[in-house]
Design a protein around this ligand. Structure first.
Ligand code: SAM
Length: 356
């Protein structure tokens, strides 16, 4: 297998002296394969075409002899519209190709693709090269497993490129320092981080109880002169947040707290009626914290709680069950949004509640 990736195409072998004229004709009749570039081979030029027989007949009318063949071309100026499967079909059988997902995540200059460990071991390098071919700014590619443990960190297998897991990811102009091996980060939450930050105003006090590398806190502190307490149990995630704070122009103040937020909320040490906003982004457990969160909210304050359910109705039912155990709560549901797919027919929802 060659070390750099090429793309197989129908081609015409044309005498070098006539090649330029042949390319011009083929471009005019839209038979030139413009995704690829022609290559010199001894006295000939190999021209990538969309249909070699048809193209050869047309060139013959202009007195140019051309021999149809197939060739593997290096990529041209643009490979827009191709996906990794188009590139990989030259190297992998159809059965293996079925096991390679079309989509992958890019965090900063690192790509992450979901591959089972056996496929990663055997075909990971070629898959990674296809990704780097499509996205030249990607410098490292990893196979990712499922997230595990309280810190929600993923299992990783290095596939190709630099052996580096730390990068800077941009979200709506905010620079977020991420280390995919040390802290949770999901680039698909970018819009959610942005939406939540659009409802903050100067003077608000906000608790981001499960901040991770701090994307909600950073978006919010850019938007307004606020005071955000950003908590996480993962001290390394908070170290990265500290770096991000220095990289961005923020209007608000972020105070970092390395703590177990579940214990913090349950301990009732945070003052009652003192926060304008509480963010509970720990979907498996957050609903169980809802009574404590409401207690520390000011009147008209808002809590954004994330939960996993099959439908928005089920999410609301689960919330209502939890609310029955709260003392003297009066709330209204201001919004519910399906944020992410979680598993087949299961989704992560955000429910936003306002304290009355
Ligand atoms: C789903 S991630 C959310 C991260 C962040 N809000 C975001 O949008 O990227 C959950 C975070 O909660 C943290 N975590 C889990 N259990 C915790 C606990 N008991 N106390 C504080 N943080 C916790 C994990 O370390 C992880 O960073």
């Amino acid at each position: 297998m060659s070390s750099s990736i090429c793309i197989e195409s129908e081609a015409l072998r044309v005498d070098r002296a006539l090649a330029q004229k042949a390319i011009e004709i083929l471009k005019k009749v839209s038979l030139y394969n413009s995704m690829l570039k022609a290559i010199n081979k001894d006295r000939y030029v190999l021209i990538p075409v969309l249909s070699s027989n048809e193209a050869a007949v047309i060139l013959l009318k202009y007195g140019i002899e051309a021999k149809p063949e197939k060739h593997c071309f290096p990529k041209g100026k643009s490979i827009k519209g191709l996906n990794i499967k188009n590139i990989l079909e030259k190297y992998l059988s159809k059965d293996i190709l079925k096991l390679i997902p079309r989509s992958f995540e890019i965090i900063g200059d690192i790509a992450l693709i979901e591959l089972n460990p056996e496929i990663a071991k055997q075909y990971g390098e070629i898959v990674a090269k296809a990704i780097m071919e499509l996205h030249p700014h990607v410098k490292a590619v990893y196979a990712r497993g499922s997230t595990h443990g309280v810190t929600r960190i993923r299992e990783l297998i290095h596939l190709a490129g630099e052996k580096r897991t730390k990068t800077i990811h941009k979200e709506y102009g905010i620079r977020i320092v991420v280390d995919i091996a040390q802290a949770y980060f999901n680039p698909s939450l970018a819009t959610e981080h942005y939406i939540v930050s659009q409802n903050v105003y100067n003077g608000m006090t906000i608790l981001d109880a499960f901040t991770g590398v701090g994307p909600f806190a950073l978006h919010i502190a850019r938007k307004a002169q606020v005071y955000v307490i950003a908590c996480d149990i993962n001290s390394y995630a908070l170290k990265l947040l500290r770096e991000s704070i220095h990289l961005n122009k923020l209007r608000g103040l972020i105070e970092i707290l390395n703590t177990d937020s579940i214990e913090l909320l349950r301990s009732d040490t945070l003052p009652k009626d003192s926060f304008d906003m509480v963010i509970l982004n720990l979907p498996h457990q957050a609903l169980r914290m809802i009574c404590h969160a409401i207690k520390i909210l000011k009147s008209r304050g808002i809590v954004h709680v994330y939960t996993i359910a099959r439908s928005s109705n089920e999410a609301i039912e689960n919330l209502n069950k939890e609310l029955t155990s709260c003392e003297n709560v009066s709330i209204t549901i201001a919004d519910i949004r399906r944020v992410l797919d979680y598993a087949p027919r299961k989704y992560i929802y955000r429910i936003s509640l306002v304290k009355l």
